[in-house]
Ligand binder design. Sequence first.
Ligand SMILES: [Zn+2]
Length: 366
Amino acid sequence: MQQNQPRTRRFALAALLAPALAFVAACATPPPPMAAVHQRGVVRADTDAEAAHFRGLVADLQPRVIDGLPGTVDRDTEVWVQDELRHRVGPPAPENVKGYTLIGPDRRRGRIHVRADTEHPEWFLAHELVHALVGPNWQPLPGVMEEGLCDALAAQLNPHLAPRIRALRAIEASMFFGRMRLVLEHDDPRSPKELEIWFHYESGALGSDVDELLAYDTLELKQRFARVPDALYGLGFVLATRIAERGGLATLYSLCREAERQGESVVPADWLLTAAGLDDSEDQARAPYELIGPAELSEWVALLPGFHANLLVQLFHGAHRHTSAAQFLDRVNPRIVLADGTRVRFADLPGLRADLQQRWSVPNAR
Ligand SMILES: [Zn+2]
């Protein structure tokens, strides 16, 4: 018995060691092999060229995020550029997730992960840099609003992408409210000259309980949703952008400070809605439409191909089926009336003529 003891111990140690190694392997993904250092951190990627490209973007954006927001922490960052987003072994994040920032249980912000193949890396990097650099005084900001803050600043720092960001988030916000407003004008004497249309989404609406969804802070939001629904990115962006238009993004910071003074764990929803000029629930559903200007309209057409042509088919084909699509566009001249009163002719929307031609002759094939 005694003689066997050392051997038993060795076995016991080996048995302990194997699960320990397995634990390490299950927890961590090794960093991408190539590193590019900049003044305030490091970018890691699979190739030198990729690391250098993203280093240039981060080195440009990071100080601008610090300058653009109060209450940020001027610290070093670490960015991993990956073909598939992951920070631990297991399935990678879905392809439509463009990036994320690790947040510890103590709410400390950690490493940034971004996809290597994104079309607009400067958008997603700016967004993640906000997550990574907001300081502890921002903690009372609801998680939905933090997503909105990230995109609102990303749009400010990348004006060439602002119409795309605004259009996408307006569509998503309208999904949150379950409907999207559009005003249409035309020269057909047989129907009212101006049509106000509300598109209803059959699914995707999360209900209109804005108060409940704004009650989670960032960590709680991530615990509530394994993947935060797109509609909430839209809601956060609409609110943050409207607040920025009224008093600057720093207003959100002042609200966080005030919440802390008053002992509120998160900024109350009614403070946010008031700051956004959206006290009335009917106004809230109108808000996505108010984000759409001419440039955003073109992006909307690109984001949802066929949507605007289908709309014309549904509204007008019955009464005009004996005319061609081209004749219909010239005679009836449908226009979209934007929130600021600008009129945009459907015929001038990119690709609309060809798209309508195709759907007009075979209206059911859509
Ligand atoms: Zn985010």
